[in-house]
Design a protein around this ligand. Structure first.
Ligand code: ZN
Length: 474
């Protein structure tokens, strides 16, 4: 676990790393080059949003109806990558779901005396974005008539995936295009990864597949919508997420036996036990644990009380959807955020032990404890705030926005409020930070939208960061 820096941020890279410093003039030129491509960027984003690239493995999605959408988006991006002078590569563990990698090679330099290639002086960087989306929420009720009808209203582009995260994918291209328009040569390699399968944690098909195909770098920026506490928050850290299921047994009986089952003088549990009400007890107990976590779990990069337990699915019925029987089975599914640095297994054990201890208060549950299934763990992400790539991005963001970035603290939390592929890039040994346009509060919602100014602003920071991190070739 990292701690916030107390002093001024160390100056990263640049001339200190043996490369020519980026002149303020070329920075200003780069910002203007991004602005000059604004309309192209809006057109690209609209085209990407108009293609249905719903993740084919998303729960409830008809795979044959949507398969190929991710690849079609990447085919559109391929044309744009090539226009930006990037070398393009397909990476496809699943031929129906192709990742696109664009590479801007480090400028070749030859040693003057020997004529042999000299070592590359710059550092390499990946810009990573996912091209899949979640399934559309209430597709018949979208403001613009359809989730895939991209429409600009009041400076915002509406449509599924606009915020999460075709806006980020567009900003990545816009940054690369601006560098190309100025014919700026980089001392280190820049890679753009447009990946599939993020929304269902299919990192083996998407982000990891690209890295394992050899597209590695010294650091990565994942351009997800890091929007809290303010737009374009630099987020080098994210919580882990456990998805778990609890199953509770009851004993079915006719509703006419209700009094016998619950009133003094009746036969109690031998007549019937309503699993639904036992499950409600468990929800209440886990709300108690969640309250305790508000005090027991904290991290200086997160807002106070971030680590929570959400009961997102609750199901109980007696086998038919009518209320005339006691339910003999209930199921609750949770999504739980836990702090980086805490082993996932410890968090799971803590939750299980808390519930099982509380169950001792209830004779039925004490005798028939609920069953836990630990469905899926999305690991946390954590790169230190002091890391060069984070500090380079801080400087780039300050230069692009004209606003200082305060050091992280509970008052200025910098944690990304969702899961992302940064976790898997870090697991591959690539320090990563989340930074991109969009607003998490409108992601996975009806009428998802993005502020177009933010897409352009993100591209400016990204372009400056690439130039500073990779270095300008002499
Ligand atoms: Zn996303």
């Amino acid at each position: 676990m990292s701690v916030p820096s107390s002093g001024p941020a160390p100056l990263p890279g640049g001339a200190g790393a043996g490369r020519p410093a980026i002149s303020p003039a070329s920075s200003q030129e780069l910002l203007r080059a991004v602005d000059a491509r604004r309309e192209d960027a809006v057109a690209l984003l609209a085209e990407l949003v108009s293609i249905d690239s719903t993740n084919p493995n998303f729960i409830g999605v008809d795979r044959p109806a949507v398969i190929g959408g991710e690849t079609r988006c990447n085919e559109v991006l391929l044309e744009h990558y090539e226009q930006a002078g990037l070398e393009t590569h397909w990476v496809a563990r699943d031929p129906e779901r192709r990742n696109l990698v664009g590479v801007r090679r480090a400028a070749a330099s030859r040693d003057n005396a020997s004529g042999s290639p000299s070592p590359v002086a710059g550092r390499s960087l990946i810009l990573n974005g996912h091209i899949d989306t979640v399934a559309a929420v209430e597709p018949d009720r979208w403001l613009c008539g359809s989730p895939w009808k991209a429409e600009v209203r009041d400076g915002r582009l509406f449509g599924l995936g606009s915020t999460d995260m075709k806006g980020g994918c567009t900003a990545m291209w816009l940054a690369a295009q601006a560098l190309s328009d100025l014919d700026l040569k980089l001392a280190g390699e820049l890679q753009l990864h447009s990946v599939v399968g993020e929304e269902t944690m299919e990192h083996e098909l998407g982000t990891r597949a690209c890295v394992r195909a050899g597209f590695r770098a010294d650091a990565a920026i994942v351009t997800e919508p890091a929007s809290l506490p303010e737009p374009l928050t630099i987020s080098p850290i994210a919580a882990g997420n456990w998805h778990f299921r609890i199953e509770i047994d009851g004993l079915a009986t006719h509703c006419g036996n209700r009094a016998l089952a619950i009133r003094p003088g009746g036969a109690g549990d031998t007549i019937g036990v309503n699993a639904l009400e036992k499950a409600v007890k468990i929800v209440n107990w886990l709300q108690e644990l969640e309250q305790q976590w508000g005090f027991s779990k904290s991290h200086p990069y997160f807002m106070p009380g971030f680590f929570t337990l959400l009961p997102g699915v609750f199901h109980s019925d007696p086998g038919v959807p009518v209320p005339y029987y006691f339910s003999n089975r209930a199921e609750i599914q949770y999504s739980c955020w836990y702090p980086p640095g805490q082993p996932a297994a410890d968090v799971a054990a803590e939750i299980e032990q808390f519930v099982l201890a509380a169950c001792k208060l209830d004779p039925w549950l004490a005798a028939r404890p609920p069953r836990f299934e630990w469905v899926n763990n999305w690991p946390p992400a954590s790169t230190p705030w002091e890391h060069d790539v984070v500090q380079t991005l801080v400087q780039a963001h300050e230069a692009a926005t004209g606003r200082p970035v305060p050091p992280p603290s509970p008052a200025h939390p910098v944690a990304f409020g969702a899961a992302s592929d940064a976790s898997f890039l870090e697991d591959e040994g690539i320090p990563s930070v989340v930074y991109g346009p969009g607003d998490l509060r409108v992601a996975h919602c009806r009428d998802e939208s993005i502020d177009l100014d933010e897409v352009v602003l993100a591209a400016k920071s990204l372009a400056l960061c690439v130039l500073e991190w990779c270095g300008a070739a002499p």
